[in-house]
Design a protein around this ligand. Structure first.
Ligand code: ADP
Length: 422
């Protein structure tokens, strides 16, 4: 095991794992800190925490527990993954977690680089841009939990760190690995221990990754990860792997479960129905009304249909409809109720021999994974940017594609299932 990663949320963990697999590392994503050693051979593990917006002290404790497990698993280098929009507050959690991990690893310096140019997240002179606008003018300005109102990452990180924060500016990054390392040394001489690093394209990410080959800890978005496998190959620790994305071939039925109400998911559900495929709607008001188990009824309806092809179960609805349901039931109650019903549908499907499941919605995916008792996922081939197929571990693997709301093309559902047969 070469690289041990700690991600501060679930879909972010998948995004990172996907980048590692695409660069040739066999990667496993675990849900929380595993309780037992892992079975099977992988090059990298990404421990998915839910620590982005919890109290800083709790985020530190969970991250240290993850680090401890990854060290015992034999990892040589560690990666703390956060969002490419640097989602955090003056209390943390990026600074406190980074510092705690550095201390545990005895790291003198660590980078902080959320840049992901492929997704239009770039950093110049310490300022993070989202597309063409500075972070503080992007939608992140009004994020409900982590509003980002300063684009200058040196300032943002300094506010949540005890250690001094410095900058590796783009002029040094563009000059390449040696210049970046020289700048690290200069910053250390000035007493800085965290270094925000500019990056505006993938060549920058590769240069940064090369310059960090000897760092015990890297803190970053998923972008910098594209350059790390090459470091291990250069050190003759990682062979060229054509099979990094390989998943087991699993016979069985297929289904789609959709609890996301995002614009993208609404389009994907509409596309599925328009193309004449089978769909069963899960109605939140029917769940609330009681008088029979909605999940059981939906599964009974699906019984005869599943033999002739994949079935979509969806609670997905347009914004006005969701609003009306939320007014009647309450936002949290409606969400939890639908999540429970969809998780029960997922369980029922697995009992009926379904082994390939596409799930739309971050929270929905969390509920499904929990209901199925999934603790680790081997990451497979990418379907659309940021969304790979995955396989559960164990004697009877299930293939899962877990898509957060805004991801995926309009034909994502059918496309994912067809990819498995290709
Ligand atoms: P996304 O990734 O798009 O944010 P999530 O699954 O994270 O999707 O969140 C969607 C939330 O909306 C879930 O809690 C889900 O249970 C809830 N939900 C789904 N359908 C409806 C509906 N028709 N009315 C109200 N809430 C719904």
């Amino acid at each position: 095991m070469l690289l041990g990663c700690i991600a501060d949320d679930f879909t972010g963990a998948t995004d990172l794992a996907n980048n590692l697999v695409r660069s040739g590392m066999r990667t496993l994503q675990t849900i929380g800190v595993p309780e037992a050693p892992l079975a099977g051979e992988v090059d990298a593990v990404v421990v998915a925490l839910k620590s982005r917006t919890i109290a800083a002290s709790e985020a530190v404790a969970q991250s240290l527990a993850a680090l401890d497990w990854l060290r015992r698993a034999g990892c040589r280098q560690f990666f703390f993954k956060y969002c490419s929009t640097f989602d955090s507050t003056p209390q943390g959690n990026i600074g406190p977690v980074a510092e705690a991990l550095m201390q545990a690893l005895g790291a003198d310096i660590a980078i902080a680089c959320p840049a992901f140019p492929t997704n239009a997240r770039t950093i110049y002179m310490g300022n993070l841009f989202v597309g063409q606008v500075p972070l503080s003018e992007s939608g992140m300005r009004d994020h409900p939990l982590t509003p980002m109102r300063d684009s200058n990452l040196v300032r943002v990180l300094q506010a949540q760190s005890r250690a001094k924060v410095g900058l590796v500016a783009w002029t040094d990054v563009a000059a390449g690995e040696a210049a970046i390392r020289a700048r690290f040394a200069a910053l250390q001489a000035e007493g800085a221990r965290l270094a925000v690093v500019d990056a505006i394209n993938d060549a920058d990410l590769h240069a940064i990754a090369t310059a960090c080959a000897g760092h015990p800890l890297i803190t970053a978005g998923s972008g910098v990860a594209i350059g790390l496998p090459e470091n291990f190959r250069r050190a003759v620790l990682l062979p060229l792997r054509a099979d990094a994305a390989e998943l087991p071939r699993v016979p069985g039925g297929a289904a789609v479960i959709s609890g996301s109400c995002s614009q993208a998911t609404n389009g994907q559900v509409a596309h599925w129905i328009e193309s004449g495929r089978t769909a069963i709607r899960i109605d939140p008001l029917a769940i609330a009304a009681g008088g029979g188990d909605v999940a059981t009824a939906a599964l009974a309806q699906a019984d005869s249909l599943l033999e002739s092809g994949p079935v979509l179960f969806y609670a997905t609805a347009a914004p006005e409809e969701v609003k009306a349901v939320q007014v009647k039931l309450g936002v949290a109650e409606a969400g939890a109720m639908v999540e429970r019903a969809l998780a029960a549908v997922a369980q029922g499907l697995i009992e009926r021999g379904v082994t390939r499941l596409v799930v739309a919605g971050g929270e929905t995916a969390g509920a499904v994974v929990q209901a199925l008792g999934v603790t680790a996922l081997k990451i497979g081939p990418q379907i659309d940017p940021g969304v790979p197929w995955t396989a559960t571990q164990g004697a009877h693997p299930i293939l899962l594609a877990l898509k957060s709301g805004n991801f995926g093309s309009r034909d994502f559902f059918a496309k994912s299932l067809e990819q498995l047969d290709a």
